[in-house]
Write a protein that binds this ligand. Sequence first.
Ligand SMILES: Nc1ncnc2c1ncn2[C@@H]1O[C@H](COP(=O)(O)OP(=O)(O)OP(=O)(O)O)[C@@H](O)[C@H]1O
Ligand SMILES: [Mg+2]
Length: 356
Amino acid sequence: MTTRQSDKAGAAVEVRGLVKHYGETKALDGVDLEVRQGTVLGVLGPNGAGKTTLVRVLSTLIQPDAGSARVAGYDVLKQPRQLRRVIGLTGQYASVDEKLSGRENLYMIGRLLDLSRKDAKARADGLLERFSLTEAAKRPASGYSGGMRRRLDLAASMIGNPAVLYLDEPTTGLDPRTRNEVWAEVKRMVAEGATVLLTTQYMEEAEQLANELTVIDRGRVIANGRVDELKAKVGGRTLQIRPIETVTLPAMSAALADAGLDGVAGATIDHEEGVLNVPILSDEQLTSVVGLLGVRGFGISGIATHLPSLDEVFLSITGQKPDHQDGQSGSAGPSGPGEQAGSATEKSDAEQGVAA
Ligand SMILES: Nc1ncnc2c1ncn2[C@@H]1O[C@H](COP(=O)(O)OP(=O)(O)OP(=O)(O)O)[C@@H](O)[C@H]1O
Ligand SMILES: [Mg+2]
């Protein structure tokens, strides 16, 4: 198995009306989504949203109550065996065998996937090298750090050279440095052509890795679209102005308020950062604000525009912070499907600094 098995261009994962109930709990309550070939779909949702249930259905580990799903063209219910051959899974909880060494873990999985002894060894050594585990390869995995286990997990999911990879909260519980290592690995897999379905509770992770996002909450899709579309949906940009002298912040703010620039209202001073944040709805406004401050002689050392953070996106879609629930509790329900972001206008200047 040397070449990546892949579907023809189009959707690598297609999910339609997927339903899975556990007693009264609607873990999946009619989920539709698609992952295009060679892209990363981020499935974003709080605890209990249904992310792991979705991954388990798409891995054929559990069967849905209703709906359909195809992965690389294979139906989860009708072609589970073929489907399993083209996927890789890194579960939410580490699946390495503690007693075995890193190398033994990978070799064993290769053998389970029907590789010859020679091929399984070669594949294990190649992946150990690639995930910087060569030095630790012969030590039992029980002695590995959290980051090393995660890397071993990722390596394990790649043994069969899968066309489609599921990563279920790949960095939950990892420290920032280890998290960055995992992100770099995922980016590399994608650059090499893998299609990835990534579940996460972290907005930052979705922003770093995903081309598109499907936001789920209590088993339902509450929004989907490109990351920048979802951000643009929440509203305009924020123009952040950093004065040379922070003492001029109140005067700057007052000058903008006095000028009565159309629609420029509610500028706020962030004393901690030493910046003025101005909500901006158009390029014309941005030009006017910067122009006005220049004319009034304010010294500026930096300006940048920001789209809203994904935390704010989630808040605006659901009316709640993403960490609001642990199960089915909670008060304000999500807004209906009419709130989906597919029609949001495109913005190409996400997080674009316009000056240093
Ligand atoms: N085997 C099970 N038996 C009963 N209920 C379950 C089972 N698996 C999941 N659930 C319930 O289904 C809902 C969705 O769970 P799921 O694990 O898919 O959420 P999740 O988005 O992965 O959450 P987390 O971010 O905490 O991993 C939850 O309410 C959970 O309690
Ligand atoms: Mg989960």
